[in-house]
Design a protein around this ligand. Structure first.
Ligand SMILES: *[C@@H]1O[C@H](CO)[C@@H](O)[C@H](O)[C@H]1NC(C)=O
Ligand SMILES: *[C@@H]1O[C@H](CO)[C@@H](O)[C@H](O)[C@H]1NC(C)=O
Ligand SMILES: *[C@@H]1O[C@H](CO)[C@@H](O)[C@H](O)[C@H]1NC(C)=O
Ligand SMILES: *[C@@H]1O[C@H](CO)[C@@H](O)[C@H](O)[C@H]1NC(C)=O
Ligand SMILES: *[C@@H]1O[C@H](CO)[C@@H](O)[C@H](O)[C@H]1NC(C)=O
Ligand SMILES: *[C@@H]1O[C@H](CO)[C@@H](O)[C@H](O)[C@H]1NC(C)=O
Ligand SMILES: *[C@@H]1O[C@H](CO)[C@@H](O)[C@H](O)[C@H]1NC(C)=O
Ligand SMILES: *[C@@H]1O[C@H](CO)[C@@H](O)[C@H](O)[C@H]1NC(C)=O
Ligand SMILES: *[C@@H]1O[C@H](CO)[C@@H](O)[C@H](O)[C@H]1NC(C)=O
Ligand SMILES: *[C@@H]1O[C@H](CO)[C@@H](O)[C@H](O)[C@H]1NC(C)=O
Ligand SMILES: *[C@@H]1O[C@H](CO)[C@@H](O)[C@H](O)[C@H]1NC(C)=O
Ligand SMILES: *[C@@H]1O[C@H](CO)[C@@H](O)[C@H](O)[C@H]1NC(C)=O
Length: 439
């Protein structure tokens, strides 16, 4: 046991290295305070604090910079309140992280921090998580799903968990992941993944959920280079409201249908009061094709998975300069092949877009293509209207004869009564990466 000089007045308390414990509250101080500001790993003290105060207690990250040089596993907390008043700064030792991160099973992804339990709060009381992700963005060079590139914080195996006021800057990979949990809320949530060099912030999703039920995301501002919010397999009863996404790939169900052994059921999802600015996509559903492709170590190939998407609402959504505002694709990673888009057997039904307005970057507002193997019933539009940015400026649509906003449809059951102003047959090889006016 070391007793740092600056804590000597606290001798009445029990001091465990840099954890001050008065019984049920553990305050954590960083090692840097006695090591002349050196980036000494604070993970051991953090684990000690959670061991002491993780059940029926309070853990406080005091208002200092903490160096997170090794993985954190703070799970199985019970009736625990956590206050984040300082900065948690992850180290950039890529070889270390690659060989020590925890698997999250899904897509062979991994995480630097497993967090959770029963009746847990995590409050960002002026503090924040700094994933120090620039090092990862630069090293990643726009690759997808690089193995061992960790999610900043994963809420795992949790019931009744509230993360309020959580701020994550420069996440290494996805900022958050909710995994095998129930009744988890993220409120007043802020993420900013912005690269300061020529490499993109690929895979810096703001929020992803998997195998989880009864979820809330409310009041969030997310700036990133991938999905703003993504409901993945077996996400049920998710409500997302009042979220602003800058850049990003918008709000999505998916991708799903990747694994034949794990059918994906996504039901009762509402995205309400959302603002997407300069996003690649806006409000959409993406599944893999119905034919599996050999898996690789990245876990980013697959397909052939079944399941069901049912009862999804995208309401009160405003978009500005979004490349592909609305989409259903059932061949999200094989579109270009033009031969798989009718193979998915993952049924999509009862999906409503209500009050969805704004500007599209090109001449297309919506591409809705369901697999012919499972045409989509109950897909509806109500008060959906888009105008291309060029059109708002009085400019022509370059290199196309299609001067009206395009709404293209394929395999929509009851298309004529859907409220969708379909004016073009959706091709079966349409790419979500829209980079110019469609022909
Ligand atoms: C935590 O509190 C609960 C309810 O107050 C109690 O039943 C349980 O024994 C306590 N656990 C510990 C380890 O103190
Ligand atoms: C995390 O810690 C818990 C103990 O609280 C342990 O049971 C679990 O195996 C650990 N998880 C990993 C991935 O090491
Ligand atoms: C969690 O909180 C609820 C409501 O306060 C309580 O009934 C339950 O016992 C708590 N769970 C545990 C494991 O302490
Ligand atoms: C943390 O300390 C800084 C000064 O070092 C201060 O500006 C900031 O307001 C403090 N934050 C909190 C939550 O007390
Ligand atoms: C998940 O949480 C339950 C308590 O809710 C616990 O019994 C179980 O050991 C936890 N599983 C893991 C892998 O930590
Ligand atoms: C995100 O960070 C970048 C770079 O630091 C900054 O320019 C931008 O204003 C931030 N965005 C928000 C919404 O704070
Ligand atoms: C929406 O969330 C933002 C934070 O992202 C907050 O500033 C704003 O007050 C919220 N608006 C409403 C109506 O709740
Ligand atoms: C969202 O923000 C608004 C405005 O600041 C606030 O009134 C509301 O309580 C927030 N919602 C949550 C769940 O914190
Ligand atoms: C989803 O839940 C069903 C059972 O309801 C299960 O068969 C399937 O494997 C689960 N899928 C995932 C991705 O966990
Ligand atoms: C659809 O989901 C919403 C929550 O998003 C729920 O309120 C509603 O009852 C569900 N409808 C049906 C028919 O299950
Ligand atoms: C969807 O919501 C309805 C109405 O609340 C509920 O009855 C149904 O069980 C929910 N479905 C799932 C899969 O949770
Ligand atoms: C759509 O907008 C109208 C007019 O603002 C509003 O009355 C209606 O409640 C909105 N619909 C939904 C589902 O929010």
């Amino acid at each position: 046991m070391r007793i740092p000089a600056f804590l000597s007045l606290l001798l009445a308390s029990r001091v465990y290295s840099y954890v001050v414990n008065d019984g049920t509250t553990c305050e954590i101080y960083p090692e840097a305070l006695t090591y002349n500001g050196q980036a000494v790993d604070d993970a051991p003290s953090i684990h000690q604090a959670f061991d002491l105060c993780g059940t029926n207690g309070t853990v406080v990250f005091t208002n200092h910079t903490f160096h997170i040089n090794s993985v954190l596993n703070t799970t199985n907390l019970v009736n625990c309140d956590v206050s984040l008043r300082g900065e948690l700064r992850f180290s950039t030792n890529i070889p270390y992280w690659r060989s020590h991160v925890f698997s999250v099973i899904y897509q062979n992804q991994s995480t630097a921090w497993l967090f959770g339990g029963t009746n847990v709060t995590l409050r960002g009381e002026g503090g924040w998580i700094n994933g120090n992700g620039q090092t990862w963005y630069t090293e990643n060079k726009n690759q997808a799903n690089q193995p061992g590139r960790p999610i900043s914080i994963t809420f795992f195996n949790s019931t009744n968990l509230l993360a309020d006021g959580l701020t994550i800057i420069q996440p290494q990979f996805w900022a958050t992941f909710v995994w095998e949990s129930k009744n988890v809320s993220l409120t007043n949530f802020f993420v900013n993944a912005t690269s300061d060099d020529q490499w993109d912030t690929t895979n810096t999703d703001g929020y992803d959920s998997w195998r989880s039920d009864t979820l809330l995301v409310e009041n969030a501002t997310i700036t990133n280079g991938d999905d703003c919010i993504a409901a993945k397999g077996n996400t049920t009863n998710l409500l997302v409201r009042n979220v602003t996404c800058y850049g990003s790939a918008g709000m999505t169900i998916g991708s799903i249908g990747q694994y034949p052994d794990w059918p994906d059921y996504v039901q009762n999802v509402t995205f309400d009061n959302i603002h997407c600015v300069n996003s690649g996509e806006g409000a959409y559903i993406k599944t893999w094709q119905g034919v599996p492709v050999t898996d690789d170590s990245n876990g980013d190939v697959g397909g052939g998975g079944g399941g069901l998407v049912k009862n999804v609402t995208f309401s009160n959504i405003h978009m500005e300069n979004v490349a592909l505002p609305i989409q259903i694709s059932q061949c999200i990673y094989s579109e270009a092949d033009g031969k798989y888009c009718n193979t998915s057997k993952l049924q999509i039904e009862d999906v409503a877009w209500v009050n969805v307005t704004g500007t599209s970057r090109y001449n297309i507002a919506a591409s809705l293509y369901c697999s012919s193997a499972v045409p989509c019933p109950g897909v509806t539009f109500d008060n959906v209207s888009f105008e291309s940015v060029n059109h708002t400026l009085g400019l022509p649509m370059w290199n196309t004869t299609l001067q009206d906003e395009v709404y293209q449809c394929g395999n929509i059951v009851g298309q004529n009564s859907s409220g969708i102003p379909c004016n073009r047959v959706a091709p079966d090889n349409f790419s979500q990466g829209v980079t110019h006016n469609v022909q």
